[in-house]
Design a protein around this ligand. Structure first.
Ligand code: NAD
Length: 397
């Protein structure tokens, strides 16, 4: 490290998300960290960097930036397929890695990345995942209540994560988007990785999934834009997960029911329907045939904090400097990828699939989708020069 107290960052991929991270550094948003290099295959983005993030070295190739000695840590903000190979290369240069979500597209490549991370950890290399929604105090509270026993034994969860509306213009705004070859999936790979991570972080990993992934239902795209999945857990509880980029005014409602009450995240708040007595006890002692367990409706207070991406980057920096914990360890990214792989696989096979997913089967079937895909030929006339926007309104909690 050049200066003991400053972590020097590079960014690979200076598109929508990478530029946003660059702006965070330029605004002085991360303590004891500085952006010292950026990398993008597109000259236009490097031009943007020279104008907007002066005094930062620019590279066309990630390999050159990794070998330059200009950075201690890197943020991987190129499209998903490239995350594992880039991370593995960075680890080989003893560079700390903050990987954007999703960790990768398919389990096999994520497992390979995690093996490289385990080896790098022996040299003190830190690996984090950009699960920025974990910093939201509402989700932190849900996890605390679900796992701390306040809801009792979990029975059911329902997450209607349909507030990810995207227009055709969005899908046409980059060649890689919404293609099997370029992105490896649709809403499950692009928007829902946040939800899938939180889902498993709060409710645990399912053991069986049945899913219906509708491809190109609301848009002229080859990948899924509408998903309904049913999940079963080891403890006998069940879950339903819905994601869509086609619902206008779509809902974001996450409810967890246990035998002590029901916790609901909706409209930016948390409500707890707290049973006056746990349901098993009510059921044992109740004397009225049509009576339901009485409960009190409580608005759950949190500190309201949500430092988002900057919070994840600050924790990552602090962890590198030996004074804190990561928001999400890089290896944990494998869980959400496994769930999305299971949903795809179940839908393609037309039957429930067990977790852990058969990674070879998933990989083979994904390759078949890639080979059979029409690419963007149907919409090529609409695909524009890749668009980069200020995307802060799209983070969607
Ligand atoms: N955490 C979040 O909230 C969040 C939000 C949006 C996007 N993302 C993630 O960030 C990643 C990028 O998404 P985006 O919307 O910014 O895409 P984008 O298309 O806007 O930008 C990607 C950039 O990467 C560059 N690139 C591609 N391959 C490269 C390589 N090998 N080396 C160097 N540059 C390369 C492209 O030229 C492009 O400029 C995705 O994995 C996405 O899931 C995360």
């Amino acid at each position: 490290m050049a200066d003991k107290q400053i972590v020097r960052f590079g960014i690979v991929g200076l598109g929508n998300m990478g530029s946003n991270h660059a702006r965070t550094f330029m605004a002085g948003g991360i303590r004891d960290a500085a952006l010292t290099a950026v990398c993008d295959l597109r000259g236009e983005r490097l031009g943007w960097a020279r104008e907007n993030v002066p005094d930062v070295r620019t590279f066309e190739r990630a390999s050159d930036m990794f070998a330059s000695g200009a950075i201690d840590a890197v943020i991987l903000a190129a499209p998903h397929y490239s995350h594992p190979p880039l991370a593995i290369e960075a680890f080989a240069h003893k560079i700390h890695v903050m990987c954007e979500k999703p960790a990768g597209v398919y389990g096999k490549q994520v497992a390979e990345m995690n093996r490289a991370a385990a080896a790098a950890r022996k040299d003190g290399i830190v690996f984090g995942l950009m699960f920025n929604q974990r910093t939201n105090s509402l989700f932190k509270k849900m996890r605390e209540m679900a796992q701390g026993g306040e809801l009792g034994r979990l029975r059911r969860n329902n997450w209607l994560a349909a507030n990810w509306y995207r227009s055709q213009l969005y899908y046409d705004s980059g060649e890689w988007r919404a293609t099997w070859a370029g992105e490896g999936g649709g809403v499950l790979l692009n928007q829902s990785p946040h939800n899938l991570d939180l889902w498993q972080w709060i409710c645990g990993m399912p053991k069986r999934i049945m899913a219906f992934c509708h491809e190109g239902k609301w848009h002229d795209i080859e990948v899924e834009d509408d998903v309904t999945a049913y999940a079963e857990y080891e403890d006998g509880s069940t879950g339903v997960f819905v994601a869509s980029t086609g619902d206008p005014a779509g809902d974001n409602r996450f409810a967890i029911t246990g035998d002590r009450g029901k916790l609901v995240f909706e409209d930016g708040g948390l409500t707890f329907c707290k049973l006056r007595v746990p349901e098993p006890e009510f059921n044992r002692t109740n004397t009225q045939p049509f009576k339901s367990p009485p409960f009190d409706r409580i608005a759950v207070e949190t500190d309201g904090s949500d430092p988002e991406h900057a919070g994840v980057l600050q924790a990552f920096t602090d962890c590198i400097l030996g004074r804190g914990e990561l928001v999400a360890r890089g290896e944990e990214g494998a869980n959400g990828v496994m769930i999305s792989n299971a949903m795809h696989l179940s839908s393609w096979l037309g039957r429930p699939v067990e977790l852990p997913v058969d990674e070879d089967l998933y990989y083979d079937m994904l390759q078949k989708k890639v080979r059979a895909a029409r690419g963007k030929t149907g919409v090529r006339k609409r695909v524009r020069e890749a668009v980069v926007e200020d995307m802060r309104d799209s983070f969607n909690v």
